[in-house]
Design a protein around this ligand. Structure first.
Ligand code: SF4
Ligand code: SF4
Length: 409
């Protein structure tokens, strides 16, 4: 152990680094973790170099690396490491150590601290309060036009009482005559704050014959706090979600979370009375970094096939590179988002994403670059249309929806 590190850091840190060092000792610096990281192009060091610095006793360099907070916790590095090193967990533990003994001041760490403070006072993140708290700490939104539009929208809703919608409201747009299946739905923090979008999610689900029963008092999934505030969600049943970050956090809390969009697509595939319609002839998929890349892309491919829209795919990582929200804070267009938007503009096709935050970040990037690319959230592009077959639900509906995505035909 380096003498300078021993002098500077308490025993807790030295012991933790010794433990991390032994867990990472089998790393042979292949770099697969960094090359697979969706945020890799935007990171200064990347997971491979962080591991190398741990092995070299470079405690200060590790604890002063912004990359600890710019990591989005997607877990890809862990999945791909051939030596079985849980790299994402190593980064998580380093963030905990940095919180106690570091002192990084960067937007992503501040965002996590603001979210943690907020979630200790109220159950969900309020976008306006969050934005104001970040500005008061010197972090002005990168996309001022987008932030202003969002602010005006939220202010209008507030004035008209829209923000008073209870977070656990159930299916405002679902037609009970048509809905044959009720699903436990977790809307997260962002969607319920946008009244029109919230209604659209319910309306699109209702078109598929699905009534969304939103969990009351579920609170935030905990993702914005980087695990400091755990999810309040408690359920024994499967939960359907509309946000990959919520999926990941609920799964960490032991809740089985399934993508609503995947469930709706599978329902249409097996229900002759329902067909999927698309709002355009072609689209470019984007699944974000926190979704299971392969299954999310396959699900969008299924929706494309059923609707007759062409899904334009290039190399797989084009469709899950960083949208610009490193660690939850939008930092501007990234190399990945620029490539995606250029690709979409070249093909004159909208980007369709399964994550509403990715949608907003990609729209901000398109404004910044600027590029003539449009970006749509899944329910803004796909919806159900009835076929000539009976629209009445069947007893098998619930069973079909309860099947896991693993048994896709
Ligand atoms: S993938 Fe695993 S073995 Fe390869 S550099 Fe990353 S941590 Fe080391
Ligand atoms: S968890 Fe994801 S974002 Fe973080 S270093 Fe690993 S691959 Fe990159």
């Amino acid at each position: 152990m380096a003498a300078t590190a021993e002098a500077r850091y308490p025993q807790e840190v030295l012991d933790a680094f010794e433990q991390l060092k032994s867990e990472c000792a089998i790393c042979y610096q292949c770099g697969t973790c960094t090359s697979s990281c969706p945020s890799g192009r935007e990171l200064y060091r990347g997971p491979r170099r962080i591991v190398r610095l741990i092995l070299a006793d470079e405690i200060e360099a590790v604890l002063k690396s912004d990359d600890l907070w710019r990591c989005t916790e997607c877990g890809t590095c862990t999945d791909v490491c051939r030596m079985g090193i849980d790299v994402a967990a190593v980064l998580h533990r380093l963030r905990q150590l940095e919180r106690r003994h570091g002192g990084i001041r960067c937007a992503e760490r501040t965002a996590a601290d603001v979210a943690t403070g907020s979630l200790k006072k109220r159950p969900r993140i309020d976008a306006m309060r969050f934005g104001a708290a970040m500005v008061s700490r010197g972090y002005v939104p990168k996309d001022k036009v987008g932030a202003a539009e969002m602010g005006v929208k939220l202010a209008r809703q507030l004035l008209s009482g829209g923000m008073k919608r209870p977070a656990g409201a159930s299916s405002p747009a679902a037609d009970p005559q048509h809905a044959s299946v009720t699903l436990a739905f977790y809307a997260g923090c962002s969607i319920p704050q946008d009244r029109e979008l919230h209604a659209l999610v319910h309306e699109v689900a209702a078109g598929f014959g699905v009534r969304l029963d939103e969990a009351r008092d579920a609170g935030c999934c905990g993702h914005p706090s980087r695990g400091t505030v755990p999810s309040l969600f408690r359920t024994d049943e499967r939960v359907y979600t509309a946000c990959p970050a919520c999926d990941a956090s609920l799964a960490e809390s032991g809740v089985e979370a399934v993508s609503l969009w995947d469930a709706l697509t599978r329902r249409a595939a097996r229900e002759p009375s329902i067909a999927v319609a698309a709002a355009g002839e072609r689209f470019v998929p984007y699944v974000g970094c926190l979704a299971d890349r392969d299954s999310a892309l396959a699900s969008l491919g299924d929706a494309a096939e059923q609707s007759g829209a062409e899904m334009i795919v290039d190399y797989p990582t084009l469709h899950n590179g960083c949208c610009g929200a490193l660690g939850g804070m939008y930092r501007g267009a990234t190399k990945s988002s620029a490539r995606l938007l250029e690709f979409a503009a070249r093909h004159d096709a909208p980007v369709v994403t399964t994550c509403v935050l990715c949608r907003d970040n990609l729209r901000s990037a398109a404004r910044e670059l600027p590029l003539p690319a449009t970006v749509r959230f899944w329910p803004e592009f796909f919806r159900a249309v009835p076929t000539t077959m009976s629209a009445a639900g069947t007893a098998a509906d619930a069973a079909v929806l309860e099947e896991h995505t693993d048994d896709r035909p």
